[in-house]
Design a protein around this ligand. Sequence first.
Ligand code: ZN
Length: 183
Amino acid sequence: MALLNIINPSDPVLRRKAKKVTRFDGKLQNLIDDMIETMHDAPGIGLAAPQVSESLRLFVAHLEEDPDDENNSADGNDITIPGLGRIHVMINPRITYFSSESAVRTEGCLSLPGYLGDVCRALEISVKYTDRHGHKRKLNTNGWMARVIQHEYDHLEGELFIDKAEKIWLADQDSDDESKASN
Ligand code: ZN
């Protein structure tokens, strides 16, 4: 496994619509493993392939068990790390449902270190995706997980949270907020 370089926002890859993953080969498995390692090292709670210069429709997300997210346990395929929570690997995701109920919360992004912003997102979503073994899956989720998936999905469309944030500011570098919110 290796750490990948998280590219600068001026890199056009970050603004490109990513391509569908069609090959579930060893190269893809290595990329996924490297993305998980890079996300942990950053540290962040989500990382999309375009952020590491791979224009592919794929992201990884890592959330600690959240008592609000009781629906998340339905998908038995994701990796659970004792004491750390679950890693979701979503390939070619499609968000098929957005609740009309939404909320504004503060987000950050590993591609824009130091910046935070208040973003309005749907509280509940359904997402259809393919897992790393090529199996089709569906996840209904809410709360912070739903937010992270919407943020990562936007990366696949070439969009950044600053495009839709109501307010953007530079975080206090010592603040806890930043690492919690970075994806
Ligand atoms: Zn991001």
